[in-house]
Write a protein that binds this ligand. Structure first.
Ligand SMILES: NC(=O)c1ccc[n+]([C@@H]2O[C@H](COP(=O)([O-])OP(=O)(O)OC[C@H]3O[C@@H](n4cnc5c(N)ncnc54)[C@H](OP(=O)(O)O)[C@@H]3O)[C@@H](O)[C@H]2O)c1
Length: 240
């Protein structure tokens, strides 16, 4: 079953592993990114997966970007809302800008990216929408009030949208990764990172490929009965 897949933030980190795994599963994949042209060009050269640049926090840019992807590759069957950022800091020192940047990139993006594709999915009676939320949207994390709020919002989005679209053979699911070895986690102070690893029963960071494998399952025909669910892939760090 070859389908057309779009992975936001699909050129680096977890998203890059998802893009590669979906391509290996036989899908036609497009990967979007925000601004790191060098990483995107390297990813495209290595994988042959076409890349597209726009800001997932901007609705008009998403609508235009999706129209270009659909013109180039075809109607989107599988949407992976993966792009995300952190702007960490205690709430009592948090700026409005840090709050808003995180909410627009991690939560508003779900509206911006999903609204332009949902009508087509409903008309074609097939769709797979997968949202990369976070363990910290489930358990909360000090220093991440903005991020925890956005990622918890992602889970509510998934549960409601799944109910609206189950009768159209469209599934909507969230994955909540624990700490995965990407640039986002490398940005943490080393001491804080070691404390996190000490709290992971599996005893290590996760690998991007371990999230990608779950995406491939959820995107497949065999994933049709899983919808509105939140799949934790966190090394046992948090059991909701
Ligand atoms: N790493 C973890 O431990 C972890 C744990 C739980 C959840 N997550 C979630 O998993 C997802 C991927 O994380 P990651 O660690 O792979 O991140 P990453 O390595 O920092 O990569 C982020 C990707 O998202 C893109 N992006 C960021 N802001 C964007 C915007 N406004 N518009 C379009 N694209 C944008 C980036 O594009 P550029 O390359 O152009 O910057 C990049 O491709 C995020 O939603 C994150 O919150 C990560």
């Amino acid at each position: 079953m070859t389908k057309v897949a779009l992975v936001t933030g699909g050129t680096r980190g977890i998203g890059a592993a998802i893009s590669r795994a979906l391509a290996e599963a036989g899908h036609r994949v497009a990967a979007s990114y925000a601004g790191n042209d060098e990483a995107a060009a390297k990813f495209q050269a290595e994988t042959g997966i076409p890349v597209f640049k726009w800001d997932v926090g901007d609705y008009d840019a998403c609508a235009a970007g999706i129209a270009k992807v659909e013109a180039d590759i075809g109607p989107i069957d599988i949407l992976v809302n993966n792009a995300g950022i952190t702007r960490d800091g205690f709430f009592h020192k948090m700026t409005k800008e840090s709050w808003s940047d995180v909410i627009r990139t991690n939560l508003d993006s779900l509206f911006n990216m999903t609204r332009p594709v949902i009508e087509g999915m409903r008309a074609r009676s097939f769709g797979r929408i997968i949202v990369i939320s976070s363990i910290n949207g489930q358990k909360g994390q000090m220093g991440q009030v903005n991020y925890s709020a956005a990622k918890a919002g992602d889970i509510g989005f998934v549960k409601a949208l799944a109910q609206e679209n189950a009768n159209k053979n469209i599934t909507v699911n969230a994955i909540t990764p624990g700490y995965i070895g990407t640039d986002m986690v490398s940005a943490m102070p080393e001491a804080a990172l070691q404390r996190v690893i000490a709290g992971i029963p599996v005893g290590r960071l996760g690998k991007p490929e371990e999230i990608a494998a779950m995406v491939v399952f959820l995107a497949s025909e065999q994933g049709a009965f899983a919808t509105g669910a939140t799949f934790a892939v966190n090394g046992g760090q948090y059991m909701a």
